[in-house]
Every structure is written in structure tokens, then in C-alpha cells.
Design a protein around this ligand. Structure first.
Ligand code: TMP
Length: 231
């Protein structure tokens, strides 16, 4: 059985990743079966749908790491603690979700992967890229996304959106999961710059979608990149 496709989404909080992942999953599910298109469902409800997952989270242990990471009560976490937690989460996700799905020939759509660690802990927390890439090599081996959709709308609009969403969720659930949204603007600028650096370094893997684009336009670009990959 040929290995499936591993597609990741990256970007700042509030960049619209979740919306785009959902609409890409729907697009993949509605594709008509054709020769050489083993990733499709064919007609609806036949064949495997793409597997959707996210980091941190996506497994029982990962969800607990996610809660610890995002809770604003975890304010004292040292940068290297965050780094280690992210790779602990990733190791579990690879073992439990990602690798088994790829081995079954499925498409995996993952909301964040190692680029997030490089951008947030390497860039934002200033640990640098090297330690992140070395840990990736040790823990994830040669597992790399076949395609990364990197959504980089202007920094201000992403941040405003993420902070609004966090306030809404705090009001609704009483849980404050905005530890990263609360970081100062220079932190987010460093994350943003590290993302761009990754895109420039790895143009064959990363499709960079920049600027203040509408949801449909971003979707069209996402679909164009995915169609090229799986064709
Ligand atoms: P999100 O999944 O809702 O986008 O939020 C996850 C948060 O965790 C986001 O602020 C980025 C942060 N994060 C890291 O700092 N490092 C990582 O490696 C990952 C996967 C996420």
C-alpha cells in the first residue's frame, strides 16, 4: 500500500487555519474518484475520508498536554519545558494517529507540526532553530510533511482575531486558554518572522499564503497546492 499524504497547516493564532482545514477536508471528501486518485472518497461515504488532527492535542495524552500548555495558569513554564512538551505531544501523535494513518494510505491534515515549534519556541521564545530541528530528527526521524500550507495574513489582523476568540471562549467556558495570545507583540513578530524564514528556506515543501485575503481566495490557493501534490 503506498504511503498516504501528510499535509500540515501553519500560521499564527487567528490566521484562519481551522476554517481552511475544514473546507479542504470537505473538498477532499467530495472529490470524484478517478484513475490515480486513491486519496479520494469517490462518492460520498465510500472510501476513507482524510484524517484530521492537531498539535498540541489529537490524542488522549496530547489533549492533557494541550490543556497544560495553553492554560494561562501555566505562566511559569520555562521555554525548554514548552519545547519538551511539544515533542512529547508530537511523539504520541505520530505513534497513535499520524503514522498508522499514513501507513493505511490515508491523507492526514494536521493543524500545526514542527514548524510551529520552530516558530514559537525557536523564534518566539528565542531558543533558535537548531535545537528544534535536532529534536525533530531524534524524535520524529525522517517524518516530514509532504506539503505545508502556511497562512500568514498581516500580524495585526491575526492577533486581533485570536484575542477576540479567546475572550469569547473565556466568557462561554470560564477557561482561559490564551497563554500565547497574551504574549507581547514582539513575541508574535518573532514567530511571524521565523515562519517566513522557514518558508524561504523550504520552498519545495511550504506554500506561503500571505496578505489580507478572503476566505474563498485562501481556499482556492490551498486547493491548488493540494491538487498539485496529489495529482
Ligand atoms: P491552536 O492549536 O489553537 O492554534 O493553539 C495552539 C497554541 O500552541 C498556539 O498558540 C501555538 C502554540 N504552539 C507552540 O507554541 N508550539 C508548538 O509546537 C505547537 C504545535 C503549538
Amino acid at each position: 500500500m503506498p504511503r498516504g499524504f501528510f499535509i500540515t497547516f501553519e500560521g499564527l493564532d487567528g490566521s484562519g487555519k481551522s476554517t481552511q482545514i475544514r473546507s479542504l477536508a470537505e473538498w477532499l471528501e467530495n472529490l470524484h474518484e478517478g484513475p490515480g486518485a486513491p486519496w479520494t472518497r469517490g462518492t460520498k461515504n465510500s472510501g476513507p475520508a482524510p484524517v484530521l488532527t492537531r498539535q498540541p492535542g489529537g490524542t488522549a495524552a496530547g489533549d492533557r498536554i494541550r490543556a497544560l500548555m495553553l492554560d494561562s495558569r501555566s505562566a511559569g513554564l520555562a521555554p525548554k519545558t514548552e519545547l519538551a512538551l511539544m515533542f512529547a505531544d508530537r511523539a504520541q501523535a505520530i505513534a497513535e494517529v499520524i503514522q498508522p494513518a499514513l501507513d493505511q494510505g490515508r491523507i492526514v491534515l494536521c493543524d500545526r507540526f514542527t514548524d510551529s515549534t520552530e516558530a514559537y519556541q525557536g523564534g518566539g521564545r528565542e531558543l533558535g532553530s537548531e535545537i528544534v530541528l535536532e529534536l525533530h530528527r531524534l524524535i520524529c526521524g525522517d517524518l516530514q510533511p509532504d506539503l505545508t500550507l502556511m497562512l500568514l495574513p498581516p500580524l495585526e489582523s491575526s492577533l486581533a482575531r485570536a484575542r477576540r476568540r479567546n475572550e469569547r471562549s473565556l466568557a462561554q467556558t470560564g477557561r482561559d486558554e490564551g497563554r500565547f495570545e497574551r504574549e507581547h507583540d514582539e513575541f508574535h513578530l518573532r514567530v511571524w518572522e521565523k515562519y517566513r524564514e522557514i518558508a524561504v528556506r523550504e520552498p519545495a515543501r511550504v506554500t506561503l499564503i500571505e496578505g489580507d485575503l478572503g476566505i474563498d481566495e485562501v481556499h482556492d490557493r490551498v486547493v491548488a497546492a493540494v491538487a498539485k501534490l496529489v495529482a
